[in-house]
Design a protein around this ligand. Structure first.
Ligand SMILES: Cc1cc2nc3c(=O)[nH]c(=O)nc-3n(C[C@H](O)[C@H](O)[C@H](O)COP(=O)(O)OP(=O)(O)OC[C@H]3O[C@@H](n4cnc5c(N)ncnc54)[C@H](O)[C@@H]3O)c2cc1C
Length: 306
């Protein structure tokens, strides 16, 4: 059945075809860990780089904007959904050896799979990402990390699709900081090359186990979340500021500040993106009033109001 959605029909999205999967009017609540968000006009899962290139050309011809995503563990999509296309990089999940101590991981490879692949070859130094849910592309874009380390530290270079050109960018050409990487506008991460260090596989096993135990004890919030909702302001812990503002357990609709970890905003059931946005606004306001600190969201907020 052809769907009808006003101006979107003019874009002939329906004529686009790729070898991977295409879904029209796809609810983003199915593709984000917060389980909220309206529909994307087009949700595409290209098969490989050629397929992606074909898709990007078709979108460009029709002047349709797009957003590349991994597994949606750090995404809050507004209730009005996404005008244009969402490109899931999930199928770019190949991991391979690329020289001495060098491992290349496709953007859609899971972080834990990368750590395991390295472990099997006696390499490590990246164990801190083992428990971070999501893909290498998402981890790179967010400079995801834990215990004071960020994934960019181990990065040698990135393979990016920019415009219609695939090119390799050494880390020195990429500006990055805490939970932020300034990729060139519109660039899609296809793969990342990591320079690792020799590491006893048992040591990696220990890192994975300890990380998983720590997360089970501290992060087991029991409901859908996106992990830490706010960035830690320099030298401070966002959860402590939220506690000091008295907001542990505060709720708006189905969204709640977790009782277990107050920097985790959870979906207690039936939450909307609007609930999360209003709760986040209240948290920011209360923290500012009590501590004078302006919290900044770590979660990426995308899409339109209904
Ligand atoms: C329980 C839980 C615990 C968490 N713990 C941590 C933690 O300890 N440390 C931490 O840093 N994060 C943590 N997170 C947040 C999240 O796991 C990370 O941000 C992760 O890197 C997101 O990966 P993703 O593949 O799901 O990316 P997505 O959420 O899909 O995307 C995140 C951002 O990256 C962009 N992006 C994704 N892929 C690409 C690509 N190929 N090319 C260009 N842009 C891309 C998206 O547009 C978006 O802006 C946690 C989340 C949860 C739910």
């Amino acid at each position: 059945m052809r769907w009808s959605s006003g101006w979107r029909d003019d874009l002939n999205l329906i004529d686009i075809s790729i070898r991977g999967q295409l879904l029209y009017n796809e609810p983003m609540s199915r593709h984000t860990s917060l389980r909220v968000g309206g529909a994307a006009d087009l949700y595409a899962e290209p098969e490989d780089a050629d397929d992606l290139l074909m898709l990007v050309r078709a979108l460009k011809d029709r002047q349709v904007p797009w957003l590349a995503i991994g597994r949606g563990y750090n995404l809050l999509v507004r209730d009005g959904g996404i005008r244009g296309a969402v490109i899931s990089m999930a199928r770019f999940n190949r991991i391979s050896e690329a020289g001495e101590r060098l491992i290349r991981a496709g953007a859609g490879a899971e972080n834990l799979a990368l750590v395991r692949f390295a472990q099997e070859r006696g390499l490590g130094g990246i164990g801190f990402i083992s428990g971070i849910p999501g893909t290498v592309g998402g981890a790179v874009k967010m400079n995801a990390g834990a215990y004071g380390s960020g994934v960019l530290e181990r990065l040698e270079s990135l393979t990016l699709l920019r415009g219609e050109t695939v090119a390799e960018y050494p880390r020195e050409e990429i500006r990055y900081g805490y939970r932020n990487v300034a990729l060139p506008t519109g660039a899609i991460v296809l793969a990342a090359l990591f320079r690792l260090v020799p590491c006893d596989p048992q040591q990696t096993e220990k890192e994975i186990r300890e990380d998983s135990e720590l997360r089970r004890s501290k992060h087991n919030v029991g409901f859908p979340s996106a992990g830490s909702f706010f960035k830690n302001p320099s030298g401070q812990a966002a959860w402590r500021l939220i506690d000091q503002a008295g907001l542990r357990g505060a709720a708006v609709g189905g969204a709640q500040v977790s009782e277990v970890h107050s920097n985790f905003l959870i979906n207690r059931g039936g939450a909307t993106a609007a609930d999360f946005l209003e709760l986040a606004r209240r948290v920011r306001e209360a923290v500012f009033n009590v501590s004078g600190v302006t919290l900044e969201e770590e979660v990426r907020i995308v899409g339109e109001e209904p």
